[in-house]
Design a binder for this molecule. Structure first.
Ligand code: PAF
Length: 283
């Protein structure tokens, strides 16, 4: 396993691999690796000759400096976890100056309205930051396939749009949400929850499963009201948003057309930690 910190060094390695027709898989991360990330890396390694894992805490996608400051920085243990996988991996861990060429700012994107829904309403500039860094990383890594978790489903749709709009020659593969034993979606932020709250957080996925049961017999509006009531009564979690939306356009479901597929999305706060999750409803 190689660890590369400079763009030029990575470009050289990638062009050697390409000259040997090796297929390149890519798993972009912000580090603090957990089983969810490792499952993406394993999946990538089953279908690609070499997997590049980037570890880069992207400053431009944080709308909140406290969140950026509190983000765990664990390069040594991340490296150790990846080494233990015993796969053909390259870690790309640039500094912000190296990746952004001294100009640490976002490009402005329009993703056909995907960027204004849900996370876009609550995290100002977030998707411009994600789009900027992922486009830069795609240009350097030149992957054949890139793997993203469905926990950040809106991000996944936006990356697919970015790739289509900019004709980037990469296949974007969405991978199922990796959950803890109690159903909580794996996230680097879970580490910041107290053990008690982390256990209680099974409530989020349990609520989404009940939403799935209700979908089809109750309207999106009725279900949303029910979810709001459930969270109001819960002592641990504060609901930021709940939404049932079209799985492709991410527009809120007003009337559920049988030919479309829908997902439910949720964001909640507990102990100053923001958790998101989602579930497919009719597919
Ligand atoms: O999902 C993430 O961890 C980040 O948004 C990503 C895709 C690595 C870009 O910084």
């Amino acid at each position: 396993m190689q660890i590369i910190k400079e763009k030029a060094a990575l470009t050289e390695v990638i062009s050697k691999l390409k000259s040997k027709n090796s297929s390149i898989g890519f798993v972009p991360t912000m580090g603090a690796l957990h089983e969810g990330h490792l499952s993406l890396v394993r999946q990538a390694a089953t279908i690609c000759d070499v997997v590049v894992v980037s570890i880069f805490i992207n400053p431009t996608q944080f709308d909140n400096t406290t969140d950026l400051d509190n983000y765990p920085r664990t390069l040594d243990s991340d490296t150790q976890k990846l080494a233990e996988l015993n796969l053909n991996l390259i870690i790309f861990a640039p500094t912000a100056t190296e990746l952004y060429n001294n100009k640490i700012e976002s490009e402005h994107f329009q993703f056909d309205g995907l960027e204004y829904e849900m996370e876009g309403k609550y995290r100002n500039g977030h998707f411009d930051g994600v789009g900027t860094v992922v486009k830069k990383l795609f240009e350097i890594v030149e992957p054949d396939k890139a793997f993203f978790g469905e926990k950040d489903y809106q991000q996944l749709q936006i990356i697919k749009k970015l790739v289509a709009q900019h004709k980037i020659p990469v296949e974007v593969i969405g991978c199922p949400i990796y959950r803890e034993n109690n159903g909580l979606a794996r996230s680097s932020r879970n580490e910041r929850l107290s053990p008690k709250t982390r256990l209680e957080a099974s409530f989020i996925h349990e609520t989404l499963l009940k939403v799935k049961d209700k979908f089809g017999t109750e309207s999106a509006n009725q279900i949303s009201q029910w979810v709001e009531k459930e969270f109001k009564a819960h002592p641990y979690f504060k609901l930021e948003y709940f939404e049932i939306a079209d799985s492709e356009t991410l527009k809120p479901a007003t009337n559920t057309i049988a030919s479309r597929t829908f997902r439910a999305f949720i964001a909640v706060y507990s102990e100053n930690v923001r958790l998101i999750d989602n579930i497919a409803l009719n597919y």
